[in-house]
Design a protein around this ligand. Structure first.
Ligand code: ATR
Length: 279
């Protein structure tokens, strides 16, 4: 309650640079209406060299939590006082929660991907052979949550093999033995049920040099990028992938998981996702 007796909504925001394109304010506004949670959610542009100061002033003004997007996920990891296990494995944070005891850091990206696969695409990871392409921030964010869904095996392939190996070393020790790290050339002759593109190759217009016949019958090709048909998805279809998906469902699911962390209420995502697809 504020001084004039009016109930003000709890304030949240997405912080990035750039941030104007972000769909998060729209998604969280839908969640708030659906769940009747009294929140306000804004887009906050942070100077590239002023992330910590932007967080501090938002928090000082009463902010309760933020989503963090590019290029600040590593900085968010660094300023958090406590970290979830999945944030530690990702070495990146996309959700900060402010409380009297400090700043809690979490990463909901991988959980968002796993939930999109299971709930929206009816393609649960359990028992499946997964190929994760890339070993940068996007791949780091999803590896542990994918392993927790108990796939048959996960292969991480990257242009730089050493970076793929480092990725598996960030996992809790018992988990790292479950990941096979390799280069793209080592994939020849192997087939997978689910191939996830977590590289930034498509963003620069480059295409991945993948060997042919990577996709098993019934397989799904998933690109974490959303909003357009990517080169990876085109190649996957030509190479025999049965189904393809962009990452829009992951975007909505990671937002729902953040909303759940902040409010303790889980929004229903299906209607929000189909509205977003129609828009
Ligand atoms: P970030 O951490 O911000 O996601 P990054 O660490 O540069 O960015 O990771 C980008 C990922 O896309 C990496 O896996 C990168 O492969 P390398 O580690 O070998 O550089 C991958 N990537 C980018 N452009 C690529 C290309 N043209 N072909 C293959 N992989 C590419």
């Amino acid at each position: 309650m504020d001084q004039e007796g009016l109930d003000l909504p709890d304030r949240y925001a997405v912080i990035g640079n750039p941030v104007a394109h972000s769909r998060s304010p729209w998604i969280h506004a839908r969640f708030a209406v659906q769940t009747r949670e009294p929140i306000a959610y804004a887009a906050l542009l942070s100077p590239l060299d002023g992330f910590a100061a932007t967080i501090e002033s938002f928090r000082a003004a009463g902010g309760r939590g933020v989503n963090v997007t590019l290029p600040f996920k590593e900085e968010a990891f660094a300023i958090a006082n406590t970290l979830s296990e999945r944030a530690r494995a990702a070495r990146a944070v996309n959700t900060l929660t402010f409380s009297d005891s400090g700043i809690q850091g979490d990463n909901t990206d991988g959980c968002g991907l796993a939930r999109d696969l299971k709930l929206n695409l009816d393609f649960p990871v359990a028992g499946r052979r997964i190929l994760l392409l890339g070993a940068g921030g996007a791949a780091r964010g999803v590896l542990l949550p994918l392993l927790e869904e108990v796939p048959a095996a996960i292969t991480v392939a990257n242009r730089s093999i050493e970076k793929a190996r480092q990725l598996s070393r960030l996992l809790p020790r018992a988990r790292s033995a479950e990941v096979f790290a390799c280069g793209y050339g080592d994939l020849a002759g192997r087939a997978f049920d689910l191939v996830i593109n977590a590289t930034s190759a498509g963003l620069s217009g480059a295409s991945l040099r993948l060997p042919p016949r990577l996709f098993s019958t019934g397989s799904l090709a998933y690109d974490m990028v959303y909003g357009r048909e990517t080169e990876f998805l085109r190649l996957a279809r030509d190479d025999g992938a049965t189904r393809t998906s962009d990452g829009l469902g992951m975007l909505v699911e990671q937002a729902a998981e953040s909303f759940y962390l902040w409010r303790g209420v889980r929004p229903v995502t299906a209607a929000v996702l189909s509205e977003l697809r129609g828009a």
